[in-house]
Design a binder for this molecule. Structure first.
Ligand code: HEM
Length: 415
């Protein structure tokens, strides 16, 4: 599966760039993580400060599809597939953070975003067809040809941004380039990678920058869309928790002129955070991970997993283990109440995995989910659909046939 996921990026393990995060090891990997860490944890999260708010037509409003949802719900409630709408939002906002590009894909079709969505679904389809694992066979099929075409679209887009940006960097020089970026607050992930040097002081080649950018697009969109979709589902099924979250957001913003969520506000939404965490427990977007044992692992009962074995770790299984989580199927945000800390192992809750190869985008993802959820609940009520969704674990945890909810605007009085 990993190999197929990598070929999404046009990279087989052999051809893969040594910078490719999912494959990296050693010094380059550490440097790559530090770079990404610096960027994502500080600079990029601070971008949330800049999410402009309604009533002016603005950036985040568009990314979040709020205007679209308002249009769709003018006649009362609308039945919407959360995955469809929220994926566009996460893709759009990542494209902005990585490339400083406004796709406006909520309103008009974007070739790039359509290509990423197509690649994700083709990988899942190919994964089910063992005989198509071999590239040369796969590329002879219609799906294989569609896959190559979509890869070209994605790569051409990224290459064009890198080419253009490198050209500006070369003509302006590093100091001028950084000054201009700082002034316009438009330093993005591509810029950071262009300015980066490896441990020998060498710049990264363009193909490595492309692989990094595409990896973040790939790793960041579906996962966050799944996390947000399922938390909306859980809050739709538990109106009392939904209302409590809404009141928390309303209270936070009550004396403000505009409904603007600041970076520091994200720590002031404890109940909403508890609801997101409980949803990530019950519906972890990434349901399993694998690890190769670099040494013999002795289990508590004395059995040994020998060095060299690959182990599949079920995040879903850990999160549903009744001896750690009593009544595991019950959605209960109070499990994560910071006021009543539980005596649980930190490894009992691992939606972002654990250890040195855990999710590099987790702070970014949590921030995006909090902002998106807070702004959504401020304007809309979500209600369950008549049909219960069935979980469908693919690359990420989806729902069979989509995750449908009813969305209705809150009355002006209620706001
Ligand atoms: C709710 C949202 C997210 C969830 C649940 C999630 C989950 C995970 C998990 C479980 C892993 C570990 C995979 C493994 O161990 O094999 C991982 C790795 C990774 N994630 Fe996320 N992720 C999320 C959002 C993001 C975002 C927003 C980004 C980037 C913008 C991102 C980028 C990555 C990258 C690059 C890796 C590989 C890190 C490495 O190997 O060193 N993720 N993610």
């Amino acid at each position: 599966m990993l190999q197929l996921s990598l070929s999404w990026l046009g990279l087989g393990p052999v051809a893969a760039s040594p910078w490719h995060l999912l494959l990296l090891s050693g010094a380059s990997w550490v440097l790559a993580r530090i770079l990404a860490w610096i960027y994502f944890f500080y600079d990029n999260c601070c971008r949330l400060r800049c999410f402009p708010q309604p009533p002016k037509p603005n950036w985040f409003w568009g990314h979040l599809a709020m205007a679209k949802w308002q249009r769709l719900t003018t006649k009362g409630s609308a039945r919407l597939d959360m995955f469809e709408h929220i994926s566009l939002m996460t893709l759009d906002s990542l494209q902005k953070c990585i490339f400083s590009f406004d796709s406006n894909c909520q309103e008009s079709p974007s070739e790039y975003i359509a290509a990423i969505l197509e690649l994700s679904s083709l990988i899942v389809k190919r994964h089910r067809q063992l005989f198509l694992y071999m590239d040369f066979l796969y590329y002879l099929t219609p799906d294989g040809r569609r896959f190559r075409k979509a890869c070209d679209v994605v790569h051409n887009f990224t290459d064009a941004v890198i080419r253009e940006r490198r050209c500006t960097l070369n003509s302006q020089g590093v100091d001028e380039f950084v000054k201009a970026k700082a002034k316009s607050k438009t330093l993005d992930f591509i810029d950071v990678l262009l300015l980066a040097k490896d441990e020998h002081g060498k710049e990264l080649p363009d193909e490595d920058i492309r692989a990094e950018a595409d990896t973040f697009m790939f790793g960041g969109h579906d996962t966050t869309a799944s996390g947000l979709s399922w938390v909306l589902y859980n809050l739709a099924r538990h109106p009392e928790y939904q209302e409590r979250c809404r009141q928390e957001v309303q209270e936070l913003l009550k004396d403000r002129e505009s409904e603007e969520i600041e970076w520091d506000d994200l720590a002031q939404l404890p109940f909403l955070t508890m609801c997101i965490k409980e949803s990530l427990r019950l519906h972890p977007p990434v349901t399993m991970i694998s690890r190769s044992c670099t040494q013999d692992v002795v289990l508590p009962d004395g059995r040994v997993i020998p060095k060299g074995n690959v182990c599949v770790i079920s995040i879903f299984g850990v999160h549903h283990n009744p001896s750690v989580w009593p009544d595991p199927e019950v959605y209960n945000p109070f499990r994560f109440d910071p006021e009543t800390p539980q005596k649980r192992s930190p490894l009992a809750f691992i939606p972002f995995s654990a250890g040195p190869r855990n999710c590099i985008g987790q702070t970014f993802a949590m921030s995006e989910m909090k902002v998106a959820l807070a702004l959504t609940l401020l304007r809309f009520r979500v209600l369950p659909d008549h049909k219960e969704p069935r979980r469908q674990p693919e690359l990420i945890l989806r729902a069979e046939g989509g995750l449908w909810l009813r969305v209705e605007p809150l009355s002006t009085d209620a706001q």
